[in-house]
Design a protein around this ligand. Structure first.
Ligand code: MF3
Ligand code: CO
Ligand code: CO
Length: 275
């Protein structure tokens, strides 16, 4: 088992698939308001994917030991850590929700998620959401040839734990390409200088799940998917798919509606002209 290196054609295909995944989130954004149900968000996403000519990677997805996932995306509200299944409960002011979209375009997978704050949220919720966003970017910043996976995990862990938050250990980022989940596993904690060395052409996700309380999780319901914090504290997650370039990184899941890159990020994202 090895980490796949994408060639120029594969990278071009991944740029497209990843941008389309991000554009699903862009198009959903105006609808994610108090009163909408996560099932309505799911239905909207199905229409958007149809218009795009993409297919949901999650619907029917069935890793060993899991039931087939029943929806076009994941919606993880408040204490739900990940893999929340859309339902008919309306979102209400003060909720925080992660919407995680994975599409397939011409056989290539693009995977990204964002947090949405429904109306006014508590200061604690805002702080969790923005810290998790910054933590993802602290990880992304480490990506360059010669760096190691442990450098990414360490940067995320140091930043988030330093602000008093905890990092979920049971789920991680992953290689992505012509399969949804490839090698390597991208842990969101770790030691600098450890684990695999990054090489140009690798593509993987960075998707930290960060809790306001303790890091422990449990299975929520008998649906085989939904994961919640054991102490019922809030949990947040952001996800980008990232290419290792010759000089650093290129975030593939950026789109017009992506939130601003944090000011502390000094490395320039390549544009179409420089890529
Ligand atoms: N999109 C998730 C990830 O980032 C995986 C969701 S699998 C599902 O890896 F079946 F729950 F949709
Ligand atoms: Co992912
Ligand atoms: Co995802």
């Amino acid at each position: 088992m090895t980490i796949t290196i994408k060639d120029a054609a594969g990278i071009a295909a991944m740029r497209t698939a990843c941008r389309l995944a991000a554009e699903v989130l862009d198009q959903l954004t105006p609808h994610i308001q108090p009163g909408i149900t996560t099932l309505e968000i799911d239905r909207l996403s199905a229409e958007i994917m149809k218009q795009q000519g993409t297919v949901s990677a999650t619907i029917g997805y069935q890793p060993p030991g899991y039931p087939a996932y029943p929806a076009h995306l994941c919606t993880s509200v408040n204490q739900v850590v990940c893999h929340g299944i859309p339902n008919d409960k309306p979102l209400k002011k003060g909720d925080i929700v992660n919407v995680d979209v994975t599409v397939i375009k011409d056989g290539w997978y693009g995977d990204t998620s964002r947090m949405f704050m429904i109306g006014d949220c508590s200061i604690a919720a805002k702080r969790l959401v923005s810290t998790t966003y910054d933590a993802m970017w602290k990880g992304i910043e480490m990506v360059r040839p010669g760096a190691r996976l442990g450098d990414i995990g360490h940067a995320i862990q140091k930043f988030a734990e330093g602000l008093g938050f905890s990092i979920v250990r049971e789920f991680c980022g992953h290689g992505i390409g012509q399969r949804f989940h490839e090698e390597p596993q991208v842990l969101h904690y770790g030691k600098p200088g450890t684990l695999d060395e990054l090489k140009p052409g690798m593509i993987f996700t960075i998707e930290p799940m960060i809790n306001a309380g303790k890091r422990d999780i449990k299975e929520a319901l008998n649906d085989g998917w939904t994961i919640v914090t054991k102490d019922r504290s809030l949990s947040a997650q952001w996800e980008h798919s990232v290419l290792v370039t010759e000089t650093g990184y290129e975030v593939l899941t950026l789109s017009a509606g992506s939130p601003a890159i944090p000011a502390f990020v000094k490395t320039l994202q390549p544009t179409a002209a420089t890529a």
